[in-house]
Design a protein around this ligand. Sequence first.
Ligand SMILES: Nc1ncnc2c1ncn2[C@@H]1O[C@H](COP(=O)(O)OP(=O)(O)OP(=O)(O)O)[C@@H](O)[C@H]1O
Ligand SMILES: O=C(O)[C@H](O)COP(=O)(O)O
Length: 535
Amino acid sequence: MSLYCKCSNTTTTATLNTRKKEFTKILRLSSTIRKIHISLFFSITATHSFIHSTMASAATPTSFSLLSRASSSSTTSHPNNTILRLPSRFLRSPLPALGFAAADPLLSAHVASKLRSIKTSAKPITGVVSMAKKSVGDLSPAELKGKKVFVRADLNVPLDDSQNITDDTRIRAAIPTIKHLISNGAKVILSSHLGRPKGVTPKFSLAPLVPRLSELIGVQVVKADDCVGPEVEKLVASLPEGGVLLLENVRFYKEEEKNDPAFAEKLASIADLYVNDAFGTAHRAHASTEGVTKFLRPSVAGFLLQKELDYLDGAVSNPKRPFAAIVGGSKVSSKIGVIESLLEKCDILLLGGGMIFTFYKAQGLSVGSSLVEEDKLDLATTLLAKAKEKGVSLLLPTDVVVADKFAPDANSKIVPASAIPDGWMGLDIGPDSVKTFNDALETTKTVIWNGPMGVFEFDKFAVGTEAVAKKLAELSGKGVTTIIGGGDSVAAVEKVGVAEVMSHISTGGGASLELLEGKTLPGVDALDEAVAVPV
Ligand SMILES: Nc1ncnc2c1ncn2[C@@H]1O[C@H](COP(=O)(O)OP(=O)(O)OP(=O)(O)O)[C@@H](O)[C@H]1O
Ligand SMILES: O=C(O)[C@H](O)COP(=O)(O)O
């Protein structure tokens, strides 16, 4: 909290904005320098792995891996010519983003430690850069007091058959912005979708969310039965300062997903300003995420949205190096964009999950009955070549756990990646690969993870995924920035019980993938730009 109070000091904010501009210039220069210095020594070898060549103690590789020759001698030094060491005076202070930190103890601690290092260390440091969107934290108390604020959140949480919330992560993630607004005397009009209803569908009502929302906010939330119309207008009119009104599922109107301007205008008509905190839905150009911004000023980012951008865009685009990306999941085809985009940014790329068999086959290996996308063999070869060209150390698992059928009780054994028997399918990475991956991760300062290493839904094949989760938890404790990209990886991290220690766990599935692919999110794009305050 005290950190947030410091943020409201105008002089500090102004100075920081000036520094931010200087810092941005330097980052651009850094990116140019990086392109010039990319090392191109790379080879595919059947006998050595990147880690084995750097660590005498490592076990003999069981099959093959991809080796960056440059990195074999300088795993940790590869980034040295690409990193721009900034004098601390150029560090983009996290203060402007502190609104969310104030309500997020983990992030508060992260930011506080960063601030301490600025104050106490003469050593040059690197930092997280955020997208230049105006934040709810940039609005003064006078701009909020008594104002009707339309807050679009993503409260699309899973419900069981009895309408109980089975995972309230997204609700908890929305709370900091709501609390900030009500503590500043705003009237919060909260909007969300739930599921993909076709018209008004009772099972997709937001009503089951009211008790948990009220409990977390500390205020009894009023629920409207609609999201537009006279009843809503009446409820808004009677909303006190610090009150919260939850509108009914905005997708009960087909106009929402059509981004119908008249519908967007109706939504906007009940409010004075707009806050988008729905990161999970920011990749959708819908009336409540995009259209509404045309009718409300200011239109700003909420703390969750900003935090997601800070990590998934800022920390990934300008990482503390070495920067490793771990990409898994079932298919290469669903991760092409992410892999291609990460190859531009990372130093080490670890691949796992079902997609590895397409890479193996592209290298001429037998893969038994493992999942393979025959039409993506050329693409796999191209991605390997791209990694080589970019000087990225791309590691494929050296051993795999194979099964005689796709079932939790399948017979299984560990085999080298080069010796998958006919009729067997790879469902997890093996212990040798876990060790190799762990050793590679040990050298890093930033890690992003997207997609499981195996069929983690079956306990027998969850070992590789859980090992990665545990390793990232351990690294988080050592100050490494760890970012979990969403969906199945988040489920795995939660299953292992280490979610709390990660630097950032994304609340977005599709949105986080699109952001990692470098796409523009319409819900973000539509928001007001942050304005630099002159000193
Ligand atoms: N070797 C494998 N063979 C078949 N399926 C696999 C294998 N490894 C992982 N999977 C499956 O991949 C699925 C996840 O793949 P998907 O491409 O959907 O990742 P994702 O959901 O996008 O990951 P995230 O949500 O973390 O980004 C899981 O259901 C998992 O069981
Ligand atoms: O769960 C999600 O990914 C978001 O809430 C977006 O939902 P959608 O895919 O139905 O648009």
